[in-house]
Write a protein that binds this ligand. Structure first.
Ligand code: GH3
Ligand code: MG
Ligand code: MG
Length: 657
């Protein structure tokens, strides 16, 4: 009943292969194209199985049954294979369209229907001619052309999709495209030969037989070329799009693969660099590549360009699963900016470390996160002691509360604060510091830290205080000197006993008084007076009693005069009164008034009552003389006239002459 021929053997092998391919592709069903392919492979398996059985069985009716079954498999596989190719070529949206699916279903269903009903009409196979070697030639009816046309149409679609992939796809996809194309070409060639060559009537359709080879290609594609597997594509994309440069070198140091970023760094396209020796392109990589290929090496290398570029390079071995070294993978990252920033940071850090100004950085609560050496030098707290402690360790309690209140107000408002603290060192010593405290903010304006820069201003403060104190002292001294000077001046122009102005004062003022009188056409009178027999008072009562008389007389003179009168002790017990704007008559009245007051006055000295009299002489400007010396002279003459006439009297010069 069965006949095992080479062709049945080949088909058995193809079926076996197709089962394996079906199973393998089932694992790739997570991609759309993989899913269609997996279903299509079931159809192809049915096809090759049925074809094998058709050639094996001897009975004609079985042969026709299996030929019908072959069409089931073939017509299921073809549309699914077309859909797979479409989605593989990125036209998955077409494959998903209902009308496309309906069209495929119609073609398949109509074909299967025609084949299954062939016994009724003979449109597909018109005659079955039994040949030798258990071969039956199926004579084709008119509907066979339709079935062929539909099959070829689908193959054309498949080929177009594959050619599209080969033309535009990624490297991996192109390779897979070529594999699928070669897999599709073989059955197509066999089919064309079967239908259009002179041997077609031999009754053997080699199309299904070619699946023993096609199956191997599929196996290869699935296993080695990652067909329908997204992981290698994803990895390839990752490799291509990575900003880090990546180069795969083979064992002799030639570039086996290079991504766009690496090619860009070497100023060439990836295609132009494949196969080139890396050390020839970038000689400074040579020393790094000399390291043992099994070990992972990390290094930094520089490219002397303007500006200089710096790379972080990781060289790792590429090994297969048997630990055979296939080459080396170089991953490098441009760290020029990082290096630049590192250098800037180092410079700034050193500037702060070496600063003659103390610098601390605190968190938002004022806890010290960094303190520079100057801070330690100034405060006595070492870096370790200061870390984590609150900046208030320096507070002395002598800085006004409102200084801190204002400081926090400014800082929390994101502003820089400037002010002075009276702080305390670790050893308890007080010191003044001038501080500038500013917030550190991120891009969004959130305050992260505070930076305080502080200068010791103790010396300045001390000299300021000393200066202030000496200023106060100086001012006091100055006031003292001024008062002394004023006192001295008074002493110069006053008589120490009676406190009346003295002769010196008279000499200084009399000229002005006379000028004024002259200018204002006013009279001015001079009264000169002398105590009568003063010698005998001194003799009788003692010198201090004489002094007391002088004081009493001075008192009477002051009490009686006008504010504008100038009363001076002229010498001994002689007094002079300058009476501005006073004519002779007024002067005489005043003189008489004085004389009488003195004559009436009774003093008590040492329980003894005492009285004395005075003699007075008057001269008046302008009638008695033009110049004051002349007038004094005349007043003196008048006084002596009073003395001569018996004392205790007044004489005006005009009366005497
Ligand atoms: P006469 O009436 O002529 O003026 O007689 P007199 O005694 O007053 O004579 P005279 O004017 O010449 O004498 C002045 C005396 O006044 C001499 C002197 O001892 C005395 N005398 C002068 N200055 C002071 C003084 O400051 N204190 C006292 N106690 N006596 C003085
Ligand atoms: Mg006298
Ligand atoms: Mg006298």
């Amino acid at each position: 009943m069965f006949d095992s021929t080479p062709i049945t053997m080949a088909l058995a092998l193809a079926t076996l292969l197709n089962i394996v391919v079906s199973l393998l592709s089932w694992q790739r069903r997570h991609t759309e194209s993989g899913k269609y392919f997996s279903y299509a492979m079931l159809g192809i398996t049915l096809w090759t199985l049925a074809a094998g059985l058709r050639y094996a069985v001897t009975s004609l009716s079985y042969k026709i049954f299996f030929a019908t079954l072959e069409t089931w498999g073939y017509m299921t596989a073809m549309p699914l294979m077309t859909l797979s190719a479409m989605s593989f070529a990125g036209r998955g949206n077409w494959a998903r369209r209902p009308w496309v699916r309906l069209l495929f279903l119609l073609f398949s269903a109509s074909t299967i229907l025609l084949v299954n009903t062939n016994s009724l009409h003979g449109w597909v196979w018109s005659r079955f001619i039994e040949s030798n070697h258990n071969i039956v030639i199926f004579e084709h009816g008119p509907a066979f052309g339709y079935i062929m046309l539909v099959g070829y149409a689908m193959i054309v679609i498949i080929l177009v999709q594959l050619l599209g992939i080969i033309r535009k796809g990624s490297r991996i996809a192109r390779r897979q495209g070529w594999l699928l194309l070669s897999a599709a070409t073989l059955p197509l060639a066999a089919n064309i030969i079967y239908h259009f060559s002179p041997w077609s009537h031999s009754g053997i359709d080699w199309t299904s037989v070619t699946y023993s080879v096609t199956g191997v290609i599929y196996l290869w594609a699935l296993n080695r070329a990652y067909l329908f597997d997204i992981i290698p594509i994803a990895r390839q994309q990752l490799f291509e799009n990575l900003r880090d440069g990546m180069i795969a070198l083979n064992t002799v140091g030639e570039i086996a693969d290079i991504n766009a970023a690496a090619a860009h760094m070497l100023n060439a396209s990836p295609g132009a660099l494949i196969g080139k020796s890396l050390t020839a392109l970038a000689p400074n990589t040579a020393p790094l590549l000399e390291s043992c290929p099994e070990t992972e090496t990390r290094a930094e290398f520089k490219i002397e360009s303007a500006p200089q570029r710096c790379f972080d390079l990781l060289i790792s071995p590429i090994q297969d699963k048997y630990a055979v070294i296939l080459g080396r993978l170089l991953i490098f990252r441009d760290i020029s900016r990082i290096k630049e920033n590192e250098l800037r940071l180092l410079q700034l850090t050193q500037a702060v470390e070496q600063s003659p100004i103390s610098v601390i950085i605190t968190d938002l609560k004022g806890n010290i996160q960094y303190a520079n050496p100057k801070f330690s030098e100034l405060t006595g707290y070492t870096h370790q002691e200061a870390l984590g402690r609150n900046a208030s360790i320096n507070q002395s309690g002598q800085t006004p509360r409102e200084t801190y209140t204002k400081m926090w107000q400014s800082l929390l408002a994101g502003q820089i604060w400037h002010g002075e603290f009276l702080n305390r060192k670790k050893n308890g010593e007080l010191y003044w510091e001038e501080a500038v405290i500013g917030p550190v903010t991120d891009e969004s304006g959130n305050v992260l830290n505070f930076i305080a820069t502080k200068v010791d201003i103790t010396l300045r403060k001390q000299s300021e205080t000393a200066l202030r104190e000496s200023n106060i002292l100086l001012a006091a001294r100055l006031a003292e000197i001024e008062s002394l000077q004023a006192h001295l001046q008074e002493q110069v122009i006053r008589d120490p006993l009676t406190k009346l102005h003295n002769r010196r004062f008279l000499n200084e003022t009399i000229q002005q008084e006379f000028l004024r009188a002259e200018r204002n056409a006013q009279s001015i009178s001079i009264i000169l007076l002398d105590i009568d027999h003063f010698k005998s008072i001194n003799d009788k009562y003692g010198h201090s009693a004489g002094d007391a008389c002088l004081l009493k007389l001075a008192d009477i003179l002051l009490q009686s005069g006008r504010r504008t009168d100038i009363t001076c002790r002229y010498g001994g017990e002689e007094f002079i009164i300058l009476l501005p704007d006073t004519p002779a008559r007024g002067a005489r009245q005043h003189a008489e008034d004085l004389r009488q007051k003195v004559a009436r006055a009774v003093f008590t000295i040492d329980d003894r009552s005492l009285q004395f009299t005075i003699s007075l002489g008057i001269a008046t400007f302008p009638q008695d003389g033009e110049h004051f010396t002349e007038l004094i002279q005349r007043a003196d003459e008048s006084l002596y006239a009073s003395k001569r006439r018996g004392r205790n009297r007044t004489t005006a010069w005009a009366d005497a002459h």
